[in-house]
Design a protein around this ligand. Structure first.
Ligand SMILES: O=C(CO)[C@@H](O)[C@H](O)COP(=O)(O)O
Length: 218
């Protein structure tokens, strides 16, 4: 399973150092959480942080837009270096168009579902998206407990992809640690986002390696 460290819980006074640390430790992507204070109660980063990260890392930038009106900012994030733009299914009735707009900017397009959103809400997007992010916590904050019931959606996504030969990556986000990563991998996740589990530790490199392998070791 690929690991995407989320810098939401990193030391903000040393973000560049945190990004270099996870890159050198074998992270596969860098996950950047964008929060607008409307779709989720919290505020976090802007496209300026995406631009700054792009200048210091070759890791693909996996940008999670927790914003009420994603269409209004996709061009900005694309221009500033996002490699994948993830938009929430709960935000906009015209997401099919938003996904096409993201792909027209030569950026990978992902759809995100909250724990309370059924898979049926995104069924029409599955043939065209590059990534599906299943939230394994309610969005907005790091450090929450993994919601195990969300794994049935991961299993169904893996099965549907197989049956229809669709191409999306399956990503999980929230509450990932050495106990929950194997569950996500066994359900069919390809990428796990991990925040506080990594950044609360001084052993970031060994934790990234543990997350990468703990599912296969079982
Ligand atoms: O999108 C979010 C939270 O909304 C996540 O990316 C968190 O940043 C993950 O943090 P942990 O649950 O791993 O601490």
């Amino acid at each position: 399973m690929k690991i995407a460290p989320s810098i939401l819980n990193a030391d903000y006074l040393n973000l560049g150092k945190a990004i270099k640390t996870v890159e050198q430790a074998g992270a596969d992507l860098l996950h950047i959480d964008i929060m607008d204070g409307h779709f989720v109660p919290n505020l976090s980063f802007s496209s300026a942080l995406v631009k700054a990260a792009k200048e210091i890392t070759t890791l693909p930038l996996d940008v999670h837009l927790m914003v009420a009106n994603p269409a209004s900012c996709i061009e900005d994030f694309a221009q500033n270096g996002a490699d994948t733009l993830l938009v929430h299914a709960e935000t906009d009735p015209h997401l099919y168009r938003v996904i096409q707009q993201i792909q027209a900017l030569h950026v990978q397009a992902g759809i995100v579902i909250n724990p309370g959103t059924p898979l049926s809400a995104i069924s029409e997007y599955l043939p065209i998206v590059d990534q599906v992010l299943v939230m394994t916590v309610n969005p907005g904050f790091g450090g929450q407990h993994f919601l195990k019931n969300t794994l049935t959606k991961v299993q169904s996504l893996a099965q549907l992809r197989n049956e229809h030969n669709w191409h999306y990556n399956i990503e999980v986000d929230g509450g990932i640690n050495e106990q929950t990563a194997p569950l996500a991998q066994q359900a069919g996740a390809d990428i796990a986002v991990a925040g506080s589990y990594l950044f609360s530790s001084t052993e970031i490199a060994s934790r990234i390696q543990l997350l990468k392998t703990c599912g296969t070791a079982q």
